[in-house]
Write a protein that binds this ligand. Sequence first.
Ligand SMILES: Cc1cc2nc3c(=O)[nH]c(=O)nc-3n(C[C@H](O)[C@H](O)[C@H](O)COP(=O)(O)OP(=O)(O)OC[C@H]3O[C@@H](n4cnc5c(N)ncnc54)[C@H](O)[C@@H]3O)c2cc1C
Length: 419
Amino acid sequence: MSRRAIDSDVLIVGAGPAGLAAACRVVESGREVTVIDDNPDVGGQIWRGEKEKPSSPEAGVWFERIRNSTITFINGARVFQQPQSGLLLAECENDVCELNYQKLILATGARERFLPFPGWTLPNVMGAGGLQALVKTGFAIAGKKVVVAGSGPLLLAVADYLKRKGADVLAIAEQASRANLFRFGLQLISQRGKASQAYKLRRQLRGVKYLTGCWPVAAYGVDKLEHVILQQPGRRFDIVCDYLACGFHLVPNLELPELLDCKIEDGAVTVDELQQTSIENVYCAGESTGIGGLELSLVEGEIAGLAATGQTTKARELFGNRDKQRKFGRLLNRTFALRKELRSLPAGDTIVCRCEDVCFESLRTVSSWREAKLHTRCGMGPCQGRICGTAVEFLFGWKAESVRPPVFPVRVGSMSVES
Ligand SMILES: Cc1cc2nc3c(=O)[nH]c(=O)nc-3n(C[C@H](O)[C@H](O)[C@H](O)COP(=O)(O)OP(=O)(O)OC[C@H]3O[C@@H](n4cnc5c(N)ncnc54)[C@H](O)[C@@H]3O)c2cc1C
């Protein structure tokens, strides 16, 4: 496999809002910056495919800033290994990049959390953000009956997007209780921007049922999804639909920070006030430091970019905004904390690890993530526990013990690149 070397003052992994904000601050200081991302284009999860047609004025401003810059972007490339400090390897379509850097900013974002329940592996049961991403890349959803379920504000964003694309959104099932959501609403009043976003979404979703304290318990169909059973305290009911878009809030992507030995606490990368991790010259920004929404990702990215280029006074000017956004993040995580009833969703024969076909029953016979891997192959397939690992942590409280390279499956030829 051929290789090419790319040297940068600052290397950023992740071209979502955090990575882009960091890159702007770095390049505007006159340093060379490279941003690498595994998606075909920049934007991360929320601004996927929006570079030419931003969905909001805010996205437009950031895309304009990067368009007029000298940032080097490498897309469609996955960072999978650190052979030595100051060097990362990324697999691209036809070669391997050797990325040398002075400073590194990790902005690896988050992914959806999936919880297993009977029928969750049926065709047309998808991640909420996953279905949204498919539709953004051209998948036709007009006229299809969709139930959106799980937890978190992403459900509203997805339902709104699918509705605007012509889907018949039958219901949004949010597992958080009505009381939690009421308190969330009250707290939002003090954050004018967030309150108006929430109000706008609710207005756009007028006519779509928002069921609180409600979650999917089973999905049925012969070859693909035909109907879903939802539960609310005291009642169960059935909805006939074409798609179930289901995700239980978000979890940070920690594989790369863990590989680099960055300290992780409470499921997120630990950073100091300048977004530096426990490893010198390695910074982290955005959802990998904890789930907190778009504005927090942006301000953390800016602070990391400024700090990595020695502009600490400017970085400090942004601390006030970051504190405010972090407060919102804490509120989000409290409001959408998962209820314990969700632990009893899987039946004995419900598949938990879909890569290796490991069912819930066989996991009951082991007592740790390591044993589960050794005895059942849970988490040993192509996704390397990205999907089942978070489910297993919620169901059994087992945490992954270590991360080994490659952090993504890669071609054998890519692995053989010498450092
Ligand atoms: C599926 C999904 C859909 C979402 N949709 C919405 C929405 O519609 N509205 C909304 O308000 N919020 C949405 N969010 C939440 C939103 O993404 C966050 O609030 C925030 O914007 C995240 O920004 P970020 O820069 O931290 O991360 P992200 O936007 O997640 O960007 C991180 C990027 O890093 C890349 N990456 C990670 N590891 C590697 C690696 N090893 N090598 C190369 N690249 C790597 C990822 O592919 C990704 O492009 C969504 C989240 C998810 C997970």
